[in-house]
Write a protein that binds this ligand. Structure first.
Ligand code: SAM
Length: 240
């Protein structure tokens, strides 16, 4: 029987990524320029989502039509601009949270350059504190910051009912490059990043196996990109 993940080699996986990008609606040129500029400016630009992920974000937002989007982990603003692009119809407010002064400055500059300041609001500071001060509901919540914070972020989102009745939480990188699944699952990973992702794998494995036990929600972990967990209220639409 065909499994849920095809057994691609490292080289084939790169070709598959390119194939998917070539056969998907491309991100707008302006977003592509920002992606390239981030790549050439920051040595840790692998934190930024890929171009294909940008296409996925725009497609997902156009499809779900959120009125409000919350993002935890802004980095250089690439994903916030993708959410902006995908919500031109709904004119959604995009709230994005970031801790690093360097990335706050970079994202603010990008939001100005790309003319998205009318709907993108960047809140500075540690996300756990910021989350507690947020009011209202969000229809799409993207969790993409420090991996050891995911469990607490999702807990706060659910406890404070920051997720709307038909909304979805999307948690990025829950595979931790494969290391949530097992320490031997990423033989291709560079040694200099292995300790970091090993630590992420441990905390994300705890998160993955705990969130599924929360009786309030339905959970779907999809083997796309670096693993994306979808979380929605159980029986969406009839939350009391
Ligand atoms: N969403 C971005 C994208 O798709 O291009 C990438 C986000 S990057 C993976 C994670 C970001 O979360 C970093 O910029 C980091 O500074 C930020 N971050 C880490 N810990 C945080 C915290 N406690 N509160 C807020 N932001 C945090």
């Amino acid at each position: 029987m065909l499994g849920s993940v095809l057994p691609f080699s490292e080289e084939t996986a790169d070709r598959v990524s390119q194939y998917c990008e070539q056969n998907s609606t491309a991100i707008p040129d302006s977003l592509g320029e920002h992606w390239k500029a981030t790549q050439s400016t920051f040595s840790d630009a692998d934190k930024m989502s890929s171009r294909l992920q940008g296409s996925w974000m725009i497609f997902t937002a156009q499809d779900r039509k959120p009125k409000r989007v919350l993002e935890i982990g802004c980095y250089s603003g690439y994903s916030a601009i993708a959410w902006y692009e995908g919500t031109k119809e709904t004119q959604a407010e995009i709230v994005t949270l970031e801790l690093s002064p360097k990335m706050i400055a970079a994202a603010r500059q990008a939001f100005k350059t790309y003319g998205v300041e009318d709907r993108v609001k960047l809140i500075e500071g540690p996300a756990d504190q910021t989350l507690k001060s947020l009011e209202g509901e969000f229809d799409l919540i993207f969790v993409d910051a420090n991996k050891d914070g995911y469990a607490a972020y999702v807990q706060t989102i659910l406890d404070q009912k920051l997720l709307s009745s038909h909304g979805v939480i999307l948690c990025d990188n829950v595979f931790a490059r494969g290391l949530s699944v097992g320490a031997d699952c990423a033989p291709w990973l560079n040694d200099h990043v292995r300790p970091y992702w090993g630590g992420c794998g441990k905390v994300l494995d705890v998160f993955n196996s705990s969130i599924i036990k929360d009786p309030r929600v339905d959970v779907l972990l999809m083997p796309v990109f670096d693993g994306i967990t979808h979380i929605k209220w159980k029986n969406s639409g009839s939350r009391d």
